[in-house]
Write a protein that binds this ligand. Structure first.
Ligand SMILES: [Zn+2]
Length: 66
C-alpha cells in the first residue's frame, strides 16, 4: 500500500509543458517517490513506463486519451 501523496491539485498540462526527453508536448506527468516530477510525451512514457513502475513513480496527470 502506497502512502498517499500530498493532495496537490493536478494541473492540466498545456502546450508549454514539453516532454523531458524530447521536444514533443507532454501528455503524462509522473511524480517520483523522492519527489520531483517528470513530463512525458506518449512515446517516451510508453518507453519508460516499466522503469517508472519499478521506481515506484506515480502518475499525476494522464492526458493520453484526450
Ligand atoms: Zn518524448
Amino acid at each position: 500500500m502506497k502512502a498517499s501523496l500530498d493532495k496537490k491539485p493536478a494541473r492540466p498540462l498545456t502546450a508549454t509543458d514539453l516532454c523531458d526527453r524530447c521536444p514533443a508536448a507532454a501528455v503524462v506527468e509522473t511524480v517520483m517517490l523522492q519527489g520531483g516530477s517528470l513530463l512525458w510525451c506518449a512515446h517516451h512514457f510508453a518507453f519508460f513506463q516499466d522503469a517508472l513502475n519499478a521506481f515506484g513513480a506515480t502518475i499525476l496527470v494522464d492526458e493520453r486519451c484526450r
